[in-house]
Design a protein around this ligand. Sequence first.
Ligand SMILES: C[S@@+](CC[C@H](N)C(=O)[O-])C[C@H]1O[C@@H](n2cnc3c(N)ncnc32)[C@H](O)[C@@H]1O
Length: 297
Amino acid sequence: MNKKLVVTFCAMLFVFIAFKNDLYTELSQPYAENPGIGIRADSKSLDKLSIIPPMLSKTGKSFITFNKMGFDINSTNLSWVAEEFINFCQEYPGEYVLDVGAGYGFLSRKALSKGVFVISNDIEMQHLLYSRKKVKNPDEILSLFLNTTPFPYLDIPKNFLRAIILHRVLHFLPGKEVDLGLENAMTWLKKGGKVYIMVMSSEHIGYREKVLPEFERRKKKGDPWPGMYLDVEEHLPDQAYSLPKQLHIMDQEILRNALERHGFEIERMGYVSMQGFGTETARDGKEAIGAIAVKKH
Ligand SMILES: C[S@@+](CC[C@H](N)C(=O)[O-])C[C@H]1O[C@@H](n2cnc3c(N)ncnc32)[C@H](O)[C@@H]1O
């Protein structure tokens, strides 16, 4: 190939990578006026980043995530956890809430419509950029912050947040990071603030008979996280194309203990149905579990 052409191509590639990395880094940088919460969504630098539209899952019932981290809600059929979170947001316009693992931002945008400031957090910037594009109201774009720092390592000021939602994200984290996350959540929340959690259950009909004996054995031995390492290929083969190799499943007792260990008081706890979403027949409503817990002091 022509030498000149190769040199020009390499130079262009270098400029592209350097420029791209600059913007990507900027997303994780503290926003000047509010340390650690992310970059405000009206930032012009974000306009330079291209957006790849999300793809539908095989069932057509959800979007697949860009980074093989599960399936994203894009319906109006909210879980009770999400519904209560949105109602809580409505009570506190002008306050800050955090949506961890926001995906394509459906819940972040619902929260925005209630008048709160939303820190929309996800390790995949493409998800957040798509969400940003969907915000049409100019007031709402000023209330949205994009944050790509992996949970639990965000740098949020103390006593800053009214609520945190972790909706279908904790099953991607090892127990140690869940513990650190709950400890940090306790610091970030204001007194009276709440954490909203939905996570995959150990009693999912697709695998419970196979995994529960070992889960219960570990639990009896005092393991605080007996459901780490669910083998996705083996137990959820139909969904493996958009999931990591392993997932961390929990039951209500394990989640309750973890929340209480970190000083939260449980307000509501129960199963969350994912009936109507997946491909397994005869789903029975025990596919996920949910919790709402409050920082009382
Ligand atoms: C299954 S999607 C859930 C999206 C949305 N919350 C929902 O319920 O539909 C999980 C999302 O969590 C994000 N995620 C995974 N690990 C994360 C972490 N440590 N910190 C922040 N986001 C994370 C993934 O990129 C993915 O978009």
